[in-house]
Design a protein around this ligand. Structure first.
Ligand code: V47
Ligand code: SF4
Length: 394
């Protein structure tokens, strides 16, 4: 073991053995992952996760310039943690919306001339947003702006629309690819364990189906992300089981780019009685995820959900990506009680956050090609700290 890294830790032998394995680049087992969650204290986990982070990504901290389209928050499902969706019978609720194709294209056109590289499309599940609708939307986006990366929909939507269209997952994913979908975001994974999933997200696609759709997508040569919703009724063993299933699929396909832990937020949902986890637990979770997922290149902290300060801290606990500049078009977290009510950061502000914790800010595209290294860039006007993305809301 590196004496410099760990000599100040009074470690029990079980943790020392795990640390040695990680420092030698060896994979840790399910039991060892569980042991880290149960016994690893914050600074130890942070040091170990930071070792892995710097070995894989040095000081690089990635972000991208993206915007969101959330087609609707009406949904046929009723996930207990979801603060954002409204059931179809609540369609007259003033907080519900369902955009037409033209309204979605208006959102895309709003960014004409803006240096965004990605549109992230995700929302509720409704019968009218079927296979024909989404393939037509992807085609229209590509016709309008061919170079814009379309990161769209999760296995939750795909499972529903392919079933409705009476086609197999294989056939469906092929059609989605042909229509212009470039990658899948990581949503809908929640927790794979069937007993926990049944309690928080009954009826929608199972964990097995989620993994199956990603596997088929990867076999088509495409990339995707993975998430885990944590800090509700699950136990550490359910988290390790989730990470383990992702690690196994990644061994098989290599198609995942980024893992994104999503902290359960408890405002205005059916699980509001469950207290939110502490920041300490959030940082421990980033660290264990980074250590366990040895075959994932990137771990992302989604700053609109955890806030800017915790996102900065996370960069010392295994995280190397803090998502995008984002405008305020995402409502998933502001409606769930996030610190960030209108999440928007200019490039200069995001770069500043990253630099302040001693890391290298790098703008990437969705596939991690470097768009611009901001290490030496000087922002010389206040306008750059305020101007970008101050756009009218459609
Ligand atoms: O699947 C819903 C989560 C996800 C709550 O791939 C909640 O780059 C916490 O997947 N508390 C959708 N989480 C968002 C998502 C995502 C976000 C950012 C980047 C990427 C990416 C993907 O949001 C859902 C669900 O797990 N979610 N409600 C809540 N109350
Ligand atoms: Fe619908 Fe997704 Fe909310 Fe579940 S998490 S109710 S599938 S919008």
């Amino acid at each position: 073991m590196s004496p410099l890294l760990f000599e100040s830790f009074a470690l029990p032998s079980s943790l020392r053995t795990i640390a040695e394995k990680v420092l030698e680049g060896k994979r840790i087992s399910f039991e060892e992952g569980l042991h880290l969650y149960e016994e690893g204290e914050l600074s130890f986990l942070g040091a170990l996760a930071n070792f892995v982070r710097e070995k894989k990504n040095e000081h690089n901290t990635y972000f991208n310039k993206n915007f969101h389209i959330e087609p609707t928050n009406l949904c046929v499902y009723d996930c207990k943690f979801c603060s954002y969706s409204r059931l179809i019978k609540q369609r007259n609720d003033p907080n519900s919306w369902a955009y037409s194709m033209e309204e979605m294209m208006d959102i895309v056109r709003k960014y004409d001339g803006q240096p965004v590289t990605e549109v992230h499309i995700v929302g509720g599940v409704l019968p009218q947003y079927d296979l024909a609708f989404y393939t037509s939307l992807f085609r229209q986006i590509k016709e309008h702006r061919p170079e814009l990366h379309v990161k769209a929909l999760t296995p939750v939507e795909y499972h529903y629309i392919f079933k409705k269209a009476k086609i197999s997952y294989e056939e469906g994913m092929r059609l989605i690819k042909e229509a212009g979908c470039d990658s899948l975001p990581g949503g809908g994974a929640e927790i794979f364990d069937p007993e926990i999933r049944e309690q928080i997200a009954a009826d929608k696609c199972t964990g097995e189906q989620w993994l199956q759709i990603h596997e088929i997508w990867h076999q088509l040569g495409m990339r995707s992300n993975a998430t885990m919703l944590y800090g509700h009724i699950e136990q550490y063993r359910h988290r390790i089981d989730h990470l383990d299933q992702l690690r196994t699929l990644q061994d098989k396909t290599g198609g995942f780019q980024t893992f994104i832990p999503l902290k359960f937020r408890n405002q205005d949902n059916q699980m509001s009685h469950i207290p939110e986890q502490s920041v300490i637990e959030d940082l421990r979770n980033y660290a264990v995820s980074r250590i366990y997922l040895d075959n994932f290149d990137h771990v992302k902290a989604y700053w609109p959900m955890i806030g800017r300060t915790v996102a900065q801290l996370s960069l010392s606990f295994g995280v190397d990506d803090i998502d995008g500049t984002i405008d305020d078009t995402t409502k998933i977290y502001s409606m769930a009680g996030s610190e960030e009510q209108n999440p928007a950061l200019t490039t200069a502000e995001l770069v500043d956050l990253i630099r302040k914790v001693g890391r290298k800010p790098i703008e990437r595209d969705t596939l991690y090609n470097v768009v611009q290294d901001y290490t030496e860039v000087v922002f010389d006007s206040d306008k750059e700290f305020r101007g970008y993305f101050e756009l009218p809301v459609v």
